[in-house]
Design a protein around this ligand. Structure first.
Ligand SMILES: NC(=O)c1ccc[n+]([C@@H]2O[C@H](COP(=O)([O-])OP(=O)(O)OC[C@H]3O[C@@H](n4cnc5c(N)ncnc54)[C@H](OP(=O)(O)O)[C@@H]3O)[C@@H](O)[C@H]2O)c1
Length: 285
């Protein structure tokens, strides 16, 4: 049985959608192949609850789709980010070791400093520039120390039709105003949470660190323009520099992930970011 934490998040939502569809297409014998836990059913700040719930459920695979993901807020709440992004995954990895289940954990492009000019591989040196990235980097290390057979997939710029993300923010702002300023000097790769979820399920027997995003690269400005074009929005979008849009947390200017390792391990063909964006936007009215 697969257990998924963070059931209400973007990735949790897409995992549920895929796994529930798989069940409805199956025979009755497979009636409970997955359980989805929200932050009430499994609060990652509560180590005792984590232990009791997992000892009780006895998963075969645990996918940790929960995380402290508020990048700017983490600057003023480092202790909470540490609890959720470091202590809890390390605890889950130790339980996976002791109880004998597989553990899949998700990390981020923000473990890198953004000074590279070519895609980051799994072996590129990490040097996070903000608290969120630091906690995710420490979380990766702690998980692999406790459970070398864990799978950690680093991803970037995640969005879906569900939850909070940049794509939905553009759509919301387009209803409220005529004009938008968006940074064009941060370059990365969008990841449709649905594509990530499908890939994680295919990758579940791998161990170590792998990178995944959609194909292609873009700036946030390019993403906003693509949303405008695909949704036919009447919105003027001005490209601006990161330094003209100060935020509490510093972001890497370049965070493209090299996905060769995962692509060759799974013989994987990944959709281009625009193809997946178009698919996702069809679900949003
Ligand atoms: N979003 C991105 O752009 C991005 C980029 C790179 C990597 N990632 C990584 O990808 C993974 C999935 O991200 P996502 O975008 O799906 O995240 P998300 O939509 O922000 O969802 C986060 C989930 O974590 C849960 N959570 C937060 N604190 C919790 C706690 N104390 N106990 C239990 N659950 C808690 C939230 O539940 P509540 O809503 O109930 O708090 C929510 O379900 C994360 O590991 C993230 O670091 C994300």
């Amino acid at each position: 049985m697969i257990v998924v934490t963070g059931a209400t998040g973007q990735l949790g939502f897409e995992l549920r959608r895929i796994l529930n569809n798989a069940v409805s297409g199956h025979s009755r014998g497979d009636s409970k192949p997955a359980i989805f836990l929200d932050s009430k059913a499994l609060n990652l700040r509560n180590p005792e609850q984590i232990k009791n719930v997992l000892a009780d459920l006895r998963p075969t695979v645990l996918i940790n789709a929960a995380a402290y993901t508020q990048v700017d807020k983490a600057e003023s709440e480092p202790e909470i980010a540490q609890e959720v992004n470091v202590n809890a995954p390390a605890h889950m990895a130790r339980l996976a070791h002791d109880l004998g289940f597989r553990f899949i954990h998700i990390s981020t492009d923000y473990v890198f400093d953004g000074r590279a000019r070519e895609p980051y591989t799994e072996d590129s040196p990490i040097s996070p520039q903000n608290i969120y990235g630091q906690t995710k980097a420490t979380g990766e290390r702690a998980v692999l120390e406790a459970l070398p057979s864990a799978l950690i997939v680093r991803t970037s710029w995640v969005y879906s039709s569900h939850g909070h993300n940049f794509v939905k923010t553009v759509l919301r702002l387009a209803k409220e105003r005529k004009y938008l300023r968006v940074v064009f000097d941060q370059v990365g790769s969008l990841t449709y949470a649905h594509d990530l979820a499908q890939t994680l399920l295919r990758a579940r027997d791998l161990s170590g660190i792998y990178h995944f995003s959609n194909e292609g690269v873009s700036s946030w400005y390019d993403v906003a323009c693509a949303v405008k074009r695909l949704k036919n929005l009447s919105l003027e979008i001005e490209p601006i520099l990161t330094r003209d849009y100060p935020t509490p947390a510093k972001r890497p200017l370049y965070s493209v992930l090299d996905k060769s390792k995962l692509k060759s391990a799974l013989n994987l063909k990944i959709p281009h970011w625009m193809e997946s964006l178009e698919k996702c936007l069809k679900e949003i009215s």
